[in-house]
Design a protein around this ligand. Sequence first.
Ligand code: HEM
Length: 126
Amino acid sequence: ASQVSFYEQVGGSATFEKLCREFYQLVAADPEFRALYPEEDLGPAERRLRMFLEQYWGGPKTYQAERGHPRLRMRHHPFAIGPKERDTWIKYMRQALDTLQLPPLQDQTLWDYLERAAHAMQNRAS
Ligand code: HEM
């Protein structure tokens, strides 16, 4: 296995900060999708997503320290995520990822994961 984590290979914290900032800017600009997020301030949600992704790809384990085991399916259960919400999330994440202009292999690796995870998070049939 490589000594250098994927987290480091793609540019470390700056990369994940930008990805999540761009993503949440798109969320903030879409009132209908924005309404899914319970908090008035999207900052904490942005930070949780960033910490989770950093940890997942071999960066700092701050997420685990602050939030415990991710249990993401369970944590998403209160939010009605049908095909439409899932696809909106995927669309904005694709746009956010595009702003990073990563090398194709790194882009594909991240994208495969994010798209698959989004499908796993769907919890309503419609
Ligand atoms: C939290 C929506 C997919 C990671 C949340 C929250 C909402 C939400 C409304 C609560 C905001 C908050 O943190 O207070 C969605 C929708 C998705 C989706 C509509 C579409 C499928 C994903 C995916 C991931 C993810 C694919 C990971 C790859 C997270 C994390 C949190 C979170 C880490 C914070 C959990 C916590 O510690 O409480 N999401 N999400 N989400 N989401 Fe998603």
